[in-house]
Write a protein that binds this ligand. Structure first.
Ligand code: NDP
Ligand code: 8X3
Length: 253
């Protein structure tokens, strides 16, 4: 059987890396995107050796639409037959009230979480359309369902992902392309280290006193959605740690 290809953005850590590993275990060829060259190359070599698959590592910033378009359109045709796109690259920067927010952080979140996801989706959906099939997984968040204090712009970007997920499903329906949102609550990854700009001690406190989700839990949910029969689409999944009831209510010991 011809092997399938999965395209995963933000594969250098956390949910994206767990997802890359799971798809490799399932025998997929992988296109992996991230900005950190060394990590991307190390992961690619590891997955190729361990699972006997082929990986196309692409050091790209999803915010850079010119670079994205040049590199992606320049790929050999056989790499453009993508079965699954996981729009995972994303981040939060800062946790401040709106009057004190850093406008550069706002730009980074909007450009990555919304515009980057759009640029990649446009290119890859155009590869899927002639095949009349494909599956786009958008990584949203509980922050796309609820707004929490000081989450303002990050929550707005994830609410936008929620809306785009619905819009994409409508627009791509005639082309047989499935669109699924996976919305996690708190997952212990590098997310909080990035949000607090390298302050690892502060990041650790986010996950203290309860058992957060792990990246693998989200990869498993993505795989569940991807492995449904052709006539079944999971529109939207909200996955929380058992100890987290809402964006702001977590039972901590
Ligand atoms: P990580 O910080 O561990 O991973 C984020 C990934 O995104 C990294 O691989 C990073 O790679 C990549 N990335 C960030 N900016 C860019 C960019 N401009 N271009 C290309 N890649 C980029 O965090 P998570 O794994 O937790 O985050 C993954 C997704 O899950 C994000 O969309 C996040 O919003 C979402 N999410 C996370 C939750 C959590 O609690 N952790 C909960 C809900 C949703 P590199 O730096 O190498 O570019
Ligand atoms: C990331 C998780 O709790 O900061 O989307 O919204 S949270």
């Amino acid at each position: 059987m011809e092997s399938k290809t999965a395209f995963i953005t933000g594969a250098t850590s956390g949910i994206g890396e767990a997802c890359a590993t799971l798809f490799a275990q399932q025998g997929y060829q992988l296109i992996l995107v991230g900005r950190r060259t060394e990590r991307l190359e190390k992961l690619s070599r590891y997955l190729e050796d361990k699972y006997a698959i082929t990986v196309m590592p692409l050091v790209l910033d999803v915010r850079n639409k010119t670079q994205l378009s040049t590199v992606l359109e320049g790929l050999p045709e056989e790499w453009k037959k993508v079965a699954v796109l996981v729009n995972n690259a994303g981040l939060s920067q800062g946790l401040d009230p709106i009057d004190k927010g850093n406008t550069d952080d706002w730009d980074t979140m909007i450009d990555t979480n919304m515009k980057g996801l759009l640029y990649v989706s446009k290119i890859v959906s155009n590869w899927m359309i002639p095949e009349k099939k494909g599956h786009i997984i958008n990584i949203g968040s509980i922050a796309g369902k609820e707004v929490y204090p000081n989450g303002n712009v990050y929550c707005a970007t994830k609410h936008a992902v929620d809306a785009l997920n619905i819009g994409m499903r409508m627009d791509l329906l005639p082309h047989g392309i499935k669109v699924t949102a996976i919305n996690p609550g708190m997952v212990e990854t590098e997310f909080s280290i990035v949000r607090f700009k390298g302050d690892e001690d502060r990041a650790k406190t986010v996950y203290q006193g309860f058992e957060p989700l792990m990246a693998q839990d989200i990869a498993d949910a993505i795989w569940f959605a991807v492995s449904r029969p052709a006539h079944v689409n999971i529109n939207d999944m909200l996955i929380m740690p058992t100890a987290q009831a809402s964006a702001t209510i977590t039972l901590k010991k």
